[in-house]
Design a protein around this ligand. Structure first.
Ligand SMILES: [Zn+2]
Length: 129
């Protein structure tokens, strides 16, 4: 009778990151991407087929030996590694911005042979050098 009870919503759920992929395929979710914890590659579409294929063709040889709590521990380690890598990236970006600003100041000092006070700096910008 109730044969039509099967809904089609399975389709949509299929394209979202599944928590179990962490343990099964060493994948995690980062900034709305499905990211491989091992090589940090992301898959274009978060489908189990893609994630599974990536794991099986790339990492299964080396990582299938981790089972049970070893596997969970490995996932935790890799997640921590990814998080610290992202923090590092943010810091590197900040320091590039700072050093760009610093080298601009060095150029101005070189041009005028002395450091600026803030007033002189503004005047230099307005006069165009
Ligand atoms: Zn990978």
């Amino acid at each position: 009778m109730a044969a039509k009870a099967k809904k089609r919503k399975v389709d949509k759920e299929d394209r979202r990151f599944q928590e179990r992929w962490k343990l099964q395929y060493f994948f995690t979710e980062s900034r709305n991407n499905c990211v491989c914890l091992i090589c940090k590659q992301s898959v274009a579409i978060a489908k189990e087929f893609n994630v599974k294929r990536h794991y099986q063709t790339t990492h299964a040889n080396a990582y299938d030996k981790f089972t049970g709590s070893d596997r969970a521990e490995k996932v935790k380690q890799l997640e921590a590694g990814l998080a610290s890598q992202q923090r590092l990236f943010t810091r590197a970006k900040d320091s590039i911005e700072n050093s760009t600003k610093a080298s601009y100041e060095v150029v101005l000092i070189a041009k005028h042979g002395k450091p600026f006070t803030e007033g002189e700096f503004v005047k230099d910008c307005v006069d165009g050098g």
